[in-house]
Design a protein around this ligand. Structure first.
Ligand SMILES: *Cc1c(COP(=O)(O)O)cnc(C)c1O
Length: 236
């Protein structure tokens, strides 16, 4: 049973784990008639050194996901890719915006209108355009950041007016519970926002699915799978 990369032996190489994950993605995509080419694999790099991150790039991951501004600042110069392949996915404090602004092409974790305003201002000063996703607290969990599902459309309307930001999708870290209801809820919310046709937004991207639920996320329309331990092994 090496089919589950999360259970791959500690000796498994990054490339081997990625190969298995791609197989699972292809199988799950086939079940729902999706083209696997529309599903990007993101390597989530927190605590992982740049050499191992570069192995993942070498093995063909489409994106890197960074949680911490400080870590990104330290590791960026050693990465074998530029900002085009890097998304920020962690909670972003406004005083850390300057550390990430030139090192990523997308902030997936925009979780307040205030943060969006601050990002827009930083982009204006740097003469940059930035893609963003809205982070949704799909389980309405008090300890988690993100827009509540009921406030997301209104937030999208407000943020869509900021001229340096471009909303491209939604991101979520669903509750750790059995079943797929939160993945299904994200898929439905994405559909509602697409149907709302808010000017200057697209909801083409749906970033969800981590090491333990990525197969199910493929069945629910995810376009970006954010995988850490499944690629690099357990974090120390
Ligand atoms: C750590 C993290 C992941 C990856 O989690 P794994 O369980 O290691 O795959 C994905 N998304 C976010 C926002 C994370 O912080």
């Amino acid at each position: 049973m090496t089919r589950n990369p999360y259970n791959a032996s500690p000796e498994s190489s990054v490339a081997e784990r990625i190969r298995i994950i791609r197989e699972v993605i292809a199988e799950e995509a086939a079940k729902t008639g999706r083209d696997p080419a529309g599903i990007k694999l993101m390597a989530v790099t927190k605590t992982v050194g740049p050499e191992r991150v570069n192995e993942a790039l070498e093995a063909g991951v489409e994106l890197l996901g960074e949680n911490r501004a400080q870590e990104l600042r330290e590791k960026f110069q050693f990465y074998a890719c530029d900002s085009a392949k890097i998304h920020f996915i962690g909670h972003l404090q406004t005083n850390k915006i300057k550390d990430i602004i030139n090192r990523v092409t997308c902030v997936e974790s925009v979780d307040s209108v205030r943060l969006a305003h601050e990002l827009n201002e930083a982009c204006r000063k740097a003469d940059l355009q930035l893609d963003i996703f809205l982070q949704v607290n799909i389980g309405s969990e008090p300890q988690k950041s993100g827009f509540l599902p009921s406030e997301t459309a209104d937030a999208a309307r407000q943020i869509s007016e900021l001229e340096h930001l471009h909303i491209r999708g939604l991101m979520a870290v669903p509750p750790h519970v059995p079943g797929e209801q939160y993945l299904a809820a994200m898929e439905a919310l994405r559909g509602e926002l697409q149907a709302a046709s808010i000017p200057n937004t697209s909801f083409d991207e749906l970033s969800m699915g981590m090491s333990e639920d990525y197969a199910a996320a493929v069945r629910h329309g995810s376009t970006i799978l954010r995988i850490g331990r499944g690629i690099f092994g357990d974090r120390t």
